[in-house]
Write a protein that binds this ligand. Structure first.
Ligand code: PMP
Length: 410
């Protein structure tokens, strides 16, 4: 017996695989520093916990309408007005099991097999596999060397009569780049003109640094939401640190949302009533939790920037948002530490017990994605070990996990 060829060709999420590897090493008593996972360390906001617990205690734990609990959808309508200055209706909103499912649902709704979806490299690992699951072809457009922001001219060159969707993710996982208002402002009419849908993955839009506000596509749309081509995806996972609630949503043209609801009605039926209650409370509750999380992450960003600057040969474009960065190790690659990002990540895990994610999985070879969503201590320790492993100018002795280690590969 064998699985279908279509599903058999889908790769495992590399970040999920790395989490498992790190968990197993930890179980064996190894001191592992996890700079791989994109998960804030904060506790779930109390308002969200209380609302979900109250729902549970009430004992009425039933299906909800397919597109979400009406009062939660209203909270999303208000969130959209507050954050994007756009008035939308509940019929423009669909609640899904995380932003991930919202993106997949939107792709499945919009594309037919044989069509193309433009992805901007570096891109989030799940996009190409999702596009392939829909029987479509991912078309990659890379940012120019030395930048993580793609050029409009390169994107336009990739647009063909088969292009159906472009996915834009800014603030960007994995690079931490925040795309400029000028790029987004030009990209939207370019897509409108050609009838291309734009899925804006805005899951990190609140996590920006240095007092900036991330420009978002909805701000630049010249058409009404229903006449337009924009689907904005968001969720509570990153902004409120509620990854385990599995609640995200999409806001888009009514006609598109209606078909997304049909797809959802035949697959998941609806999201859990418990976690929708928690997510609604997070949106309606005190918002200081978001600023607190943002500030912690910004201060971790500064630690990462300083830590990487201390490793000779590593280049970094300073992240302006998210909790990721994508340093460039190409100058260091070679026989001793590995000649590509997969080998380098394996080397760091083996020698320094530091988990990173190979840039190759995000469409950028020679880089590693580091997450600084964890504690400051973890970030500092991870970079201390990386410096020891990678920089021959650092001391060849290091101590971690209760043992002393000697660098013997340079
Ligand atoms: N989009 C991006 C760019 C992400 O990084 C993630 C989570 N890693 C998601 C979507 C998925 O978010 P959720 O947990 O809400 O499904």
């Amino acid at each position: 017996m064998s699985v279908g060829q279509h599903a058999g060709a889908i790769a495992e999420s590399p970040t999920m695989a790395l989490n498992e590897q790190a968990r197993l090493l930890r179980e064996q008593g190894e001191s592992v520093i996890h700079l791989g996972i994109g998960e804030p360390k904060n506790r779930t906001p109390p308002a969200a916990v209380e609302a979900a617990a109250a729902k549970l205690a009430g004992g009425e734990i039933k299906y909800t309408p397919t597109t979400g609990v009406p009062s939660f959808k209203k909270a999303i309508v208000e969130y959209t007005a507050r954050n994007y200055g756009r008035e939308v209706a509940p019929a423009n909103v669909i609640v899904c099991d995380g932003a991930k499912q919202a993106i997949f649902n939107a792709l499945y709704t919009l594309i037919d097999p044989g069509q193309e979806v433009i992805l901007l490299a570096p891109y989030w690992v799940s996009y190409p596999e999702m596009v392939k699951m829909c029987g479509s072809t991912p078309v990659l457009v890379s940012a120019p060397e030395g930048s993580f922001e793609p050029r409009l001219a390169d994107i336009e060159r990739a647009m063909t009569s088969r292009t159906r969707v472009i996915i834009v993710n800014s603030p960007n996982n994995p690079s931490g780049a925040v795309f400029s208002a000028s790029l987004l402002g030009e990209l939207i009419p370019a897509c409108e003109k050609r009838g291309i849908y734009l899925i804006m993955d805005d899951i990190y839009h609140k996590l920006v640094f240095d007092g900036a506000i991330a420009p978002s596509c909805l701000q630049f749309a010249s058409r009404s939401i229903d006449q337009g081509n924009i689907i904005v995806v968001n969720g509570v996972a990153k902004t409120y640190g509620m990854t385990g609630f599995r609640i995200g949503w999409a806001v888009g043209p009514k006609d598109v949302v209606k078909v997304m609801a049909n797809v959802q009605s035949q697959t998941t039926s609806c999201s859990s009533v418990l976690t929708q209650a928690g997510a609604e409370a997070a949106l309606r509750g005190p918002q200081e939790v978001v600023e607190e999380l943002r500030r912690t992450i910004e201060s971790n960003r500064d630690l990462v920037v300083a830590g990487l600057a201390a490793i000779r040969g590593v280049k970094l474009i300073k992240p302006l948002g998210t909790f990721y960065c994508l340093p460039d190790f190409r100058e260091l690659l070679g026989e001793r530490i590995g000649s590509n990002s997969h080998q380098l990540a394996a080397f760091l895990l083996q020698k320094a017990r530091v988990v990173t994610v190979p840039g190759k999985d995000f469409g950028v070879e020679g880089h590693l994605r580091l997450s600084y969503a964890g504690s400051a201590d973890e970030v500092i320790e991870g970079l201390r070990r990386m410096r020891w492993a990678l920089d021959p100018a650092s001391s060849s002795e290091i101590s971690f996990g209760g043992k002393s280690h000697r660098r013997d590969w340079f």
